[in-house]
Design a binder for this molecule. Structure first.
Ligand code: MIC
Ligand code: SF4
Length: 643
């Protein structure tokens, strides 16, 4: 037997069911969970429904970071609900202002060798610590909090070897964008990406985290670094060296794909509108005028990133035509910036300092002007995500962003001269006062949960009928993101715990007549292209269509988390056996599916169009997934199973 990769070692140590053959379903024991507020309300409503009095994980955290605007009572009610439910059920509550979930988790809670799932697609950020960290839908996180198994298809193993040395002004973000150029937004689907090679020794944990964070944009199950002396130094500086365990792949570990990147050859690059894999060099984009620069997000909001930006901006002024926002990733980062004076340098240069939260990344304000150009250090530049439909959003390193803010045009930072030195402290400022522990178990039972009027019950699916005739309520193309299906932003996020209201915005970016049409059709199906559902883990992208009567989604292929969310919601996921059939089906056509129950275990299902043409559909479902679909979703299934 050959040796194991890092991920295979962690999987083997947490394996509850299945065998580790790529593609086969495996069940994992989950050590830690995290939720954020925008997906957290649904996750905790699901947890309440499951009926377990106390979480069973080693540590579960509820972060409030996505919507902190509190314009109107809805958002404040969500926070109050999550705080009360966390207190009662044994979950640590990271209050608004404490920071972005992935940054805080990296700093304070992630542990090498452990498993983590989070109701956010960028949970793999913690892979920078040698943790097997995966994004999941809220219902799956609820089940894991209750001590239940988390199921995924056993991933393939990819390895990226870094050699050489990053040149001045070239950063971890440029590595993240380079791998997107090589693999594309579909290239990591079904794989864990392990980072290694001599080049990783120069990357600190937060730099590694920029890379594991953006592995989500490759569609990867997760990304992971070894736990080595760099990891130990980081944990020590966070005052938690005791959490360190060394972890590396075996020298004879086998990989399905190996990619070599020579760091010496990398240059500052940007992801151009509207996809992270649309890559160009900064020096080739020099003519593009920019009206907004946003620095922060779970990709690039560490102390190191902020200190570097402050050093670049120190003593200079940003261009009159640019609005610059800076959101530090955590209270730790913000406090340390304040203590060392770097915050004052940022303010003096003209930056607008925002709360330690997701902010502009999820369209919570800072939407660019009409047809505006925004350069952001974030991870996603999907159409409409900024809140401005015709905006052009570029993704780049903090260095490129700072240089661009100074000139008002996309700027290769190497034109600024010498790379400013920064000094990283030996110890981070540790104050976990922003994290409120849960009540003791003996006090918890008597505690009430606060529920505001905007918090509606969890939507339930209906048992899968044996035959269905479904009109096609919508046909969309390739790479449809969950930001297309269920947009976010300041107008919609207050309704994350109110699916009927939220469904009014469903597919708004593609076709705002969809919700009314779907309701008028009663039950219907949606047809999509390849990589349908990429991006966010929001299960709202399944629950809102469910509310609108969508019973099946037929595509060329699916993104991992979204297809799991569809099944959990009780919506049938199907793919075309012959991708050319995608062209045969049109919006408004009708599909009839018969003998569904008997056909599902075969992995093949025939649909017949209104004009009598047979369309062969397929999807390899496990027995467990078929049972979930038949029960009308994971919640019904879990309740039935526990009877
Ligand atoms: C995102 O970056 O798209 C989000 C917003 O963090 C989502 C979660 C959500 O929609 O609430 C994600 O990445 O899963
Ligand atoms: Fe928040 Fe943006 Fe990160 Fe999502 S990608 S967790 S919205 S900062």
């Amino acid at each position: 037997m050959s040796g194991q990769t890092i991920a295979q070692k962690i999987i083997a140590a947490h394996l509850l069911s299945g065998d580790m053959t790529p593609g086969a379903e495996i069940g994992l024991r989950i050590d830690q969970t995290l939720t954020q507020d925008a997906t957290g309300t649904m996750a905790y409503l699901a947890l309440e429904n499951i009926g377990i009095p106390r979480v069973k994980t080693e540590k579960s955290l509820a972060y409030i970071d996505h919507n902190t605007l509190q314009c109107g009572f809805e958002n404040a009610d969500d926070h109050r609900y999550i705080q009360s439910v966390a207190r009662k059920y044994g979950v640590y509550y990271s209050r608004p202002g404490n920071g972005i979930c992935h940054q805080v988790h990296l700093e304070r809670f992630g542990k090498p060798g452990k498993t983590l799932i989070g109701s956010d697609s960028h949970t793999p950020t913690a892979g920078a610590l040698g943790m097997l960290a995966m994004g999941a839908g809220g219902m799956d996180v609820a089940v894991a909090m209750g001590g239940g198994t988390y199921y995924i298809p056993m991933p393939k193993m990819y390895k990226v070897n870094l050699t050489g040395q990053l040149q001045p002004w070239v950063t971890a973000k440029d590595i993240s964008i380079e791998i997107l150029r090589i693999l594309t937004v579909k290239g990591g689907v079904g794989a864990v990406i392990e980072w290694g090679g001599e080049g990783i020794a120069q990357l600190t944990v937060p730099q590694r985290a920029t890379i594991t964070n953006m592995g989500a944009e490759l569609g990867a199950t997760t990304s992971i670094f070894p736990s080595d002396e760099v990891t130990r130094a980081f944990l020590k500086a966070q005052g938690r060296e005791q959490d360190f365990v060394p972890l590396a792949s075996d020298p004879d570990a086998q990989y399905d794909k190996v990619i070599d990147i020579d760091l010496n050859a990398l240059e500052p690059v940007l992801s151009c509108p509207h996809s992270p894999d649309n890559v160009k060099k900064a020096q080739d984009l020099g003519g593009v005028a920019v009206s907004q620069v946003c620095i922060g997000s779970c990709t690039n909001s560490s102390l190191r990133d902020m200190l570097r930006v402050a050093a670049i901006l120190k003593g200079r002024k940003i261009a009159d035509t640019v609005s610059l926002s800076i959101s530090p990733g955590s209270r730790q980062v913000l406090s340390m910036l304040a203590d060392c004076g770097a915050l004052a340098d940022l303010i003096a240069a003209g930056a607008r300092i925002l709360e330690c939260a997701c902010g502009p990344c999820i369209g919570m304000g800072f939407s660019p002007a009409s047809a505006g150009v925004s350069v952001r250090t974030f991870n996603r530049n999907f159409e409409g995500r900024s809140g401005t439909r015709d905006a052009n959003v570029y993704l780049a390193s903090p260095e490129v962003a700072a240089a661009t803010a100074l000139t008002g045009r996309i700027t290769d930072p190497r034109t600024l001269g010498a790379y400013p030195e920064i000094t990283m402290p030996d110890h981070f400022l540790v104050d976990d006062g922003g994290v409120i522990p849960p009540a003791e178990p003996e006090d918890a039972l008597a505690l009430a949960v606060d529920r505001g009027p905007n918090i509606k019950p969890f939507p339930k699916g209906e048992p899968l009928p044996d035959s269905m005739t479904l009109p096609i309520s919508l046909k969309v193309g390739d790479n449809i993101t969950t930001d297309h299906i269920m947009p976010a932003g300041a107008k919609v996020l207050p309704f994350r715990s109110n699916i009927p209201k939220m469904a009014e915005f469903c597919f708004g970016v593609c076709d705002d007549t969809f919700p009314a049409r779907a309701i008028a059709m009663g039950r219907s199906c949606v047809v999509g292209g390849a990589n349908y559902g990429q991006g966010s883990s929001r299960e709202h992208a399944a629950l809102a269509p469910l509310h609108l009567g969508v019973r099946a989604v037929i595509t060329k292929s699916f993104a991992r988390i979204h297809v799991a969310n569809l099944i959990n919601a009780g919506i049938l996921p199907l793919t075309f056996e012959n991708p050319a059939d995608y062209d045969v089906l049109q919006q408004g056509d009708t599909l009839t599916l018969q003998n569904i129950h008997a056909q599902l275990p075969t992995g093949r299902l025939t649909a017949v169009t209104g004009s009598g043409k047979a369309v062969a559909l397929t999807y390899p479902l496990t027995e467990r997934q078929i049972a979930i679909l038949k029960a009308g979703g994971l919640l019904n299934y879990t309740k039935e199973a526990s009877k």
